[in-house]
Design a protein around this ligand. Structure first.
Ligand code: FMN
Length: 188
């Protein structure tokens, strides 16, 4: 961690304007522990992954995305559940970031997961899939607490603000745990 600030990069798996998951990242940005910053990167400008485009160097949006991931002390994913798994745009971003394998930007990167769904299972299935992907790209994903937000429409207002206080408290706990996780992995 340069200059004692912990730089977290938020990655939303939804490109939707009114996305609950992007709104969840914005809510996290309102309750950061002291010394933590959160930037949110969009993955919407990445082309579809094509291995032919890796050489001689990947397209500009990919290079920009990888540089932002590389510069972050930790990643905070907000993952929608699509058909019991991760959204195509998020998988696309992870695939780009992980290749060429010798320049896998996720290797050894601390991370935490959150997810919001309008459904009842709170993104439990996508989070397990994301953890599985994390094994191969060697993300160091925090295990607990799990932020699984079901019935999102009842927890955010029409302006996309997370209004449910127990859920806000849960997100706050995740951020505190992420702070401790990064410090544990990078002892000074
Ligand atoms: C293609 C598609 C598949 C979906 N599959 C699931 C699912 O498997 N489980 C679930 O809980 N919600 C599912 N949903 C509902 C999403 O959780 C809901 O649309 C949510 O708002 C998406 O996140 P966002 O608000 O960040 O865009 C699906 C939605 C779409 C568009």
């Amino acid at each position: 961690m340069a200059d004692d600030m912990m730089r977290v990069l938020g990655i939303s798996g939804s490109l939707r304007e009114g996305s609950y998951n992007t709104a969840l990242l914005r809510a996290a940005g309102e309750m950061l522990p002291a010394g933590m910053t959160l930037d949110i990167v969009t993955v919407g400008d990445l082309p579809l992954f094509n291995q032919d485009l890796l050489m001689p160097e990947p397209p500009e949006p990919v290079r920009r995305f990888k540089a932002r991931v590389a510069a972050a002390d930790a990643l905070l994913f907000a993952a929608p559940e699509y058909n019991y798994s991760i959204s195509g745009v998020l998988k696309n971003a992870i695939d780009w970031g992980s290749r060429p394998l010798a320049q896998n930007v996720f290797d050894g990167k601390p991370a935490a997961l959150m997810g919001a769904t309008t459904g009842l299972m709170g993104t439990a299935r996508v989070q397990l899939h994301l953890r599985q992907i994390g094994v191969f790209v060697n993300l160091l994903i925090l295990n607990q607490p799990q932020v699984l937000i079901a019935r999102a429409a009842e927890k955010f207002d029409d302006a996309g603000r997370l209004t449910d206080e127990p859920t806000r408290e849960h997100v706050r706990k995740l951020l505190v745990a992420l702070d401790a996780w990064v410090r544990r992995l990078n002892p000074r």
